[in-house]
Ligand binder design. Structure first.
Ligand code: ZN
Length: 249
C-alpha cells in the first residue's frame, strides 16, 4: 500500500522573503515532496494559511507520516491542531519535525520540554556525522557529508534524551548539535532533523538530505493494521482469580 504522507508547511517565508522565494519558488513543501520521487506514495500538502491550517482529524487519520516545517508563526497555530497532531502520534502516526519545527507546538507537546537551543545564522558550513551507521534512516549515507551553508543550531538542545541518536552536526563556528534524533511517543515515532533554514537550498541541492527524509518517512510511518487504543479500557480477567476479594461493578 502506498505510503500516505502529509507535508505541513507554514508557507510564510516563500511568500514574503525575496531570498526564500528565489530558493523555493514553489514553496518548501514542493521541494520536500521531491524526496519521494519514484516512490509509491500519496502526498498531500497542508499550509498554515489555509482554512484550519489545512489539517483535519480525517486527514491525519489517513496520514502515515506527517512532515512539519514551520518557523515564525508557531504561536498562531491553534492549540487544538497541535493537540490533534499529538494525539495522532500517540495513536501511531509518524512525525518528522524539520529545522525550526523544534519550537513548533506539536513537537513541544510531544517532548514535554522547552525544546530551546543556541542559534545564529552567518552562512557557515555544517558537517553532518552519521552516529549509527546501521540505522535504517542513514542507509546509503556516507560516514559524513557537508552543507555549504546552514544556520547554526547548538547545544544544549533542551529535549528529553533521544531514544535513538542517529546524526550529529558540527558547525564551522565550533558548535555541535544532536541533528538527527528519534523518540517513541505512545504508539508513534518522532524524528527531528536539524538542517533546512529557509534561505539556503538545503532541501534542493543535497540528495543526502532528501534521502534521510525519505528513509525517515519509512522508519517512522504508522504501522499497517495497527490497533492503537489510547483510552483506558476495562479488562476482563483472562483467568479467574479465586482468592481475592472481588469487587462487583
Ligand atoms: Zn532557520
Amino acid at each position: 500500500m502506498a505510503l500516505r504522507i502529509t507535508i505541513f508547511n507554514e508557507g510564510y517565508h516563500e511568500r514574503f522573503n525575496p531570498i526564500s522565494k528565489e530558493v523555493y519558488p514553489n514553496g518548501m513543501h514542493d521541494a520536500l515532496a521531491k524526496a519521494f520521487d519514484g516512490e509509491d506514495v500519496e502526498i498531500r500538502y497542508a499550509c498554515q494559511y489555509e482554512e484550519n491550517c489545512g489539517l483535519t482529524e480525517e486527514i491525519l487519520d489517513n496520514t502515515d507520516v506527517l512532515i512539519w516545517w514551520a518557523h515564525v508563526l508557531h504561536n498562531d497555530l491553534p492549540d487544538e491542531i497541535a493537540q490533534m497532531v499529538q494525539r495522532q502520534v500517540l495513536k501511531g502516526m509518524g512525525l518528522i519535525a524539520l529545522h525550526s519545527a523544534h519550537y513548533s507546538k506539536p513537537f513541544r507537546l510531544l517532548m514535554g520540554t522547552s525544546c530551546s537551543l543556541r542559534c545564529h545564522d552567518v552562512g557557515e558550513r555544517e558537517r553532518l556525522w552519521v552516529i549509527e551507521p546501521g540505522h535504517p534512516i542513514v542507509q546509503g549515507i556516507p560516514p559524513y557529508f557537508e552543507l555549504k551553508h546552514e544556520e547554526m543550531y547548538g547545544e544544549r538542545f533542551d529535549v528529553p534524551a533521544p531514544d535513538e541518536l542517529i546524526l550529529g552536526g558540527w558547525f564551522q563556528s565550533g558548535e555541535i548539535f544532536r541533528s538527527g534524533c528519534v523518540w517513541r511517543r505512545g504508539y508513534g515515532k518522532v524524528f527531528y532533523f536539524q538542517p533546512g533554514h529557509e534561505t539556503y537550498a538545503t532541501y534542493r541541492e543535497y540528495p543526502y538530505i532528501l534521502k534521510i527524509i525519505r528513509n525517515a518517512a519509512h522508519y517512522v510511518a504508522r504501522p499497517a493494521n495497527l490497533n492503537a487504543n489510547i483510552d483506558c479500557i476495562f479488562a476482563e480477567e483472562l483467568e479467574r482469580v479465586p482468592d481475592c476479594d472481588r469487587i462487583e461493578y
